[in-house]
Design a protein around this ligand. Structure first.
Ligand code: DGJ
Length: 714
């Protein structure tokens, strides 16, 4: 709901208020974001900032005011939300409110994914039009709020009303001034194979924290999700603010504490290597930034994002369906396979109850290694004589669905495509393009290149029964031909994704980027699951999946059981540990199932049967993280059905410790008055006991011991 009360505008979500007002000079000032409060004309409170000394004598000093979309050059000396170089060559600006509208439904972000409305939610959007009349620059700020959620989704639109071209140097999607200090910033950093490690840092006066990536995609190094947390905040309590950018390109989230201890947080496209020319009358859209508030710590904030993204972001027809349990051949065979071998694997997988066979890299062109053929999306006949259609049919005859790997944004130097269209690869004039994994990136800023990609993938999908696609992207983009290029590329990527996912609405798409290097809410809008990391070791995955779940729904976390010793770090774990961890997410196998012993195979059968019982709960339930692998020798998470009747509890003791008492696990989110039965032992416990006293697990005396316990209300 949005209320306009004289000069005050009040956005109310389920339990949150976001309040701003227009002051007498027409500036749009921020007043409050936090727990829901009653409405009133808060403009009367504006004097509270006047006690702070300002340096401008004849007008208000914006430097001391919390603002909604600050500029630089008009007495606010902090980081601006936007910088537009005007015809005079300076970037000084001041936006004055001209119009305030309250619109039904969600805001629209041209060319990029955005939150959507549906019959279960009721959204309203505030549109504030601001104008800098001196340079004829118009800006529209959009704020979407849902009655059902605690989120505010923000985006901005910049319109050049002048008769000369202007240049945008930066344009954040959101900018918010918290009139208080004493906060921490929590961000998710990493690298290939150890994505989304949780880091917490104190924000102190004068310090600028910038969580940014300029690697072409959202990246494994820093995720476009950041939290600002009160000092006492943890999983279960405390004030936490989330900032999640629905964007898959170069991103930036900046947090800076000013001279008064006030905190400014901004999120949007990374200004590094960015510039965007706007001709007279042209419009620039920023991506959407989804802000969220929780007074109950990280856990409640995550559950909020999970619900919003499941219901109002992810558009795939598979979002609300159980995903087929898959087996992928990559770690089983790498490039070295024949049709016969694949069919042998598929037959055995079918016997185990697996539902989908995915053929990974190596099926096209002359692809026996990673040095050739990307771009040539026609079957490698010597390897697969029946073609993709023939192979798909044979897999279907075994009783499995068939899925296929693509890396459509790429081209190998050694490929027919590159020989025919060398100019389609991204390159900087006069310089040799930078190769990575022996490949170049296709220039998706060009329409003809996007059309080729759409056609090449569509050709395969419309001639063979491919029911799943793994969409990979295995390198970063460094040599960008012009400033702002990465945004053009990202818009091209979204254009391609829209065309293909809309063209094949029944295909299940899985995102991937050297593992989890493009795990962001922009991708999730098109693909309801993402390969979370190439590191498939169960113990490494504790942290990776724990960190990823801070923002992204469990159902989007693709998680496979692979061979032991693990191929990425050599760790030896039991098949049970590997499956227990993989059940938290979209479950599958990625190994040579024909090489398993009979005993292992029987275990796989039982795991597949268990997954079929768990997957609705995992897809639709609420996640509670109970013990952090970042802070303890344990890791525990729990998924509770929305009706609180079904519970899956996962617990791991990472290293065995002699003569130690295992940590108590206090469950969360249960009905305290209900009785819950442990489905394995038949023991019945009160919901209150499970939550308030907790349970102590007797782990096996070995490293990496895990337990997966199911409770059901009786
Ligand atoms: C990187 C992916 O993350 C892997 O799962 C696999 O698909 C390879 N690419 C194939 O080249």
């Amino acid at each position: 709901m949005i209320i306009k009360n004289n000069n005050t505008i009040h956005l109310q979500g389920r339990d949150v208020s976001y309040i701003m007002f227009v002051n007498e000079t027409g500036d749009l000032l921020h007043f409050y974001f936090g727990k829901k409060i009653a409405d009133c004309d808060y403009y009367q409170m504006k004097d509270e900032w006047n006690e702070i000394w300002g340096f401008v004598s004849n007008q208000i000093a914006l430097d001391v005011y919390p603002q909604e979309y600050p500029a630089y050059g008009y007495s606010d000396l902090r980081n601006p939300a936007y910088q537009v170089v005007n015809k005079h060559g300076n970037a000084v600006s001041r936006l004055i409110v001209k119009e305030i509208e309250i619109l039904k439904g969600v805001a629209h972000v041209e060319g990029m994914p955005e939150l959507i409305d549906n019959e279960n939610t009721s959204a309203e959007t505030l549109k504030v039009t601001l104008v800098d009349e001196i340079i004829d620059l118009k800006t529209e700020l959009y704020y979407t709020v849902f009655d059902e959620y605690n989120v505010i989704a923000r985006s901005a639109v910049i319109i050049n009303g002048a008769d000369k071209e202007v240049e945008i140097l930066s344009a954040y999607s959101t900018s918010i001034d918290f009139p208080m200090d004493d906060y921490d910033i929590v961000h998710f950093a990493g690298a290939w194979g150890r994505e989304r490690d949780m880091h917490r840092t104190s924000l102190t006066m004068g310090m600028k924290a910038e969580i940014e990536n300029a690697r072409g995609g959202s990246g494994s190094q820093l995720n476009p999700f950041v939290m600002i947390a009160s000092k006492d905040a943890d999983e279960f309590r405390g004030d936490v603010y989330g900032f999640s950018l629905i964007y898959s390109g170069n991103h930036s989230t900046v947090a800076k504490v000013d001279q008064f201890g006030f905190l400014r947080v901004q999120q949007g496209i990374n200004p590094h290597q960015f510039s965007w020319k706007l001709k007279p009358g042209e419009v620039f859209y920023t991506p959407q930034s989804v802000m969220c508030y929780s007074e109950e710590g990280f856990g409640a904030l995550s559950r909020e994002y999970h619900d919003v993204y499941r219901n109002n972001l992810m558009r795939s027809t598979w979002t609300h369906r159980n995903r087929p349990i898959l087996i992928n051949n990559w770690e089983g065979t790498y490039f070295d396979f024949t049709e016969e071998k694949l069919l042998e694997m598929a037959k055995r997988a079918k016997e185990a109850g697996i539902e989908l066979f995915v053929l990974d890299d190596g099926w096209f062109g002359k692809r026996d290694h990673d040095r050739c053929s990307l771009g040539d999306w026609t079957v490698y006949k010597d390897k697969l004589p029946s073609g993709i259609d023939g192979l798909a049919k044979k897999i279907n005859d075994i009783g499995l669905k068939f899925g296929l790997w693509f890396e459509p944004e790429m081209v190998s130097r050694d490929s027919e495509l590159y020989r025919a269209h060398p100019d389609w690869a991204i390159a900087v004039p006069d310089r040799i393009p930078v190769e990575s994994r022996h490949q170049y990136v296709l220039d998706l800023s060009k329409d003809e290149v996007c059309e080729y990609v759409i056609k090449a993938v569509s050709n395969i999908l419309s001639t063979a029964n491919v029911e799943y696609v793994k969409w990979d992207m295995n390198r970063q983009i460094t040599d960008m031909p012009e400033l702002g290029y990465n945004h053009k590329y990202t818009l091209g990527y979204y254009k391609v994704m829209s065309a293909i996912t809309e063209g094949f609405p029944n295909v299940l798409f899985e995102g991937c980027s050297s593992g989890g290097a493009r795990f962001d809410s922009g991708v999730l809008a098109y693909m309801p699951q993402i390969w979370t990391s190439d590191n498939s070791d169960a113990i490494a995955r504790l942290k990776i999946q724990y960190g990823t779940s801070m923002c992204y729904p469990v159902m989007s976390i693709s998680s496979h059981v692979t061979a032991s010793p693990n191929h990425q770090n050599g760790r030896i774990t039991t098949l049970k540990t590997r499956a227990d961890v993989a059940h938290m997410g979209t479950f599958g196998y990625e190994l040579d199932i024909t090489k398993m012993s009979d005993a292992e195979f029987e275990e796989v059968k039982a795991q597949v049967a268990l997954e079929k019982e768990l997957q609705t709960l995992v897809r639709t339930g609420d996640l509670y993280r109970l013990l952090s692998p970042f802070e303890t020798n344990y890791c525990s998470w729990e998924i509770v059905s929305k009706d609180k009747r079904q519970v899956m509890l996962f617990a791991c003791k990472v290293l065995a410790v002699a003569q130690s008492k295992n940590k108590l696990i206090k469950l969360q989110g249960l009905n305290p008055d209900a009785k819950y039965k442990n489905l394995a032992t038949g023991k019945v416990y009160g919901g209150d006991m499970l939550m308030y006293k907790g349970i102590r697990i007797n782990y096996k005396m070995e490293d990496f011991a895990t337990e997966l316990i199911r409770f059901e209300e009786v």
